[in-house]
Design a protein around this ligand. Structure first.
Ligand code: PMP
Length: 314
């Protein structure tokens, strides 16, 4: 049996054929000798259409990773994270010599706003919702409590499309908030490295000052634009993944936590067990007794369900 890769929260589907065709047509005619248009206004316009925000509220970059990197580099002091969470936050903090103060999630994976707010000296609070690797959403009332502090707050919303929870209304009230999203998950474009941020005009314009005028290559920008124009095509894939996530969860409930993303946190470290069966999942350095599995195609998920049921039976 072929190996299956469910370790990086990627989309199991490649891009729709129509999008590939339009992209190839563009490549045939593209002026590779020219720099991209300064600031990539067309990409920002498309993102404006997608999000309902004005292009002044938007910043695009090479993956949301690059925006995380910029925000953490320029935080100018301590950042707060809530583990277990996406490891790149503390990676960037370390790179720039900032302290990452960890206020762990509670045992039910809820965020501990009161503890976070004791750290008035913090320069940036990082919240991940749905959180990777736990899969849960962070509740709005805690989020608002944190935002009321006035400290710059980054909401990493990479799995937004699978969650049904939109936090962008908070931007009207909170000028200290920036929401990051990505084309790597729901849009099947992990290989093209496209992410974007939504925030208040002042926050975004400060961030843009740190960015080079030709910040992204023309191919990534173009494929993102084509994707936005064809949003309906990826909507079907998102629905499929959400349905499969809920199906897999219901089948292996005793071994997994509920999730609002495209992956499940498993209650045991099944890395070696699954590896033996050709199913590659994610080992978790911060949660050694657990592991994380991405939702794949129906066929892949059936293999996962069978393997986990067999594990439970033993
Ligand atoms: N944030 C979270 C929570 C993630 O899980 C990931 C990808 N694993 C990213 C950001 C990075 O996404 P991108 O591909 O846009 O850099």
């Amino acid at each position: 049996m072929e190996d299956i890769y469910l370790d990086k929260n990627e989309n199991p589907f490649n891009i729709p054929e129509k999008i590939r065709k339009e992209f190839i047509k563009y490549i045939k005619e593209a002026n590779f000798n020219r720099y991209p248009e300064k600031g990539l206004p067309e990409l920002l316009n498309k993102l404006a259409g997608l999000t309902g925000f004005s292009s002044e509220n938007l910043i695009a970059a090479n993956g949301s990773d690059e925006l995380l990197d910029m925000l953490i580099e320029h935080a100018d002091g301590d950042i707060i994270i809530s583990s277990p969470t996406f490891e790149m936050y503390s990676f960037y903090a370390r790179n720039y010599g900032h302290r990452a103060i960890d206020i762990p999630l509670r045992p039910d994976f809820s965020i501990n706003a009161d503890e976070i707010l004791k750290h008035k000296e913090a320069k940036l609070i990082v919240i991940c919702s749905p959180n990777n690797p736990t899969g849960n959403l962070i509740d709005r009332s805690s989020m608002e409590k944190i935002l009321d502090s006035g400290i710059a707050t980054l909401l990493d919303n990479a799995y937004y499309e699978f969650s049904g929870e939109d936090y962008t209304d908070l931007l009207a009230k909170y000028k200290n908030l920036i929401i990051l999203r990505t084309f790597s998950k729901a849009y099947s474009l992990a290989g093209m490295r496209i992410g974007y941020g939504i925030g208040n005009v002042e926050f975004i314009s400060e961030l843009r000052k740190l960015q080079a005028p030709f910040y992204m290559n023309i191919l990534s920008a173009k494929i993102a634009e084509i994707m936005v124009d064809n949003y309906g095509l990826i909507g079907e894939n998102i629905k499929y993944i959400v349905k499969e996530r809920d199906r897999v969860y219901n089948e292996i409930k005793e071994m997994a936590y509920p999730s609002s993303a495209n992956f499940l946190l498993l209650k045991k470290d099944l890395y070696a067990y699954m590896e033996e069966r050709g199913i590659h999942i994610r080992k978790l350095p911060l949660l050694k007794d657990k592991s994380r599995i991405t939702i794949g195609t129906e066929k892949e998920n059936n293999r996962v369900i069978d393997a986990i049921k067999e594990y439970v039976k033993k």
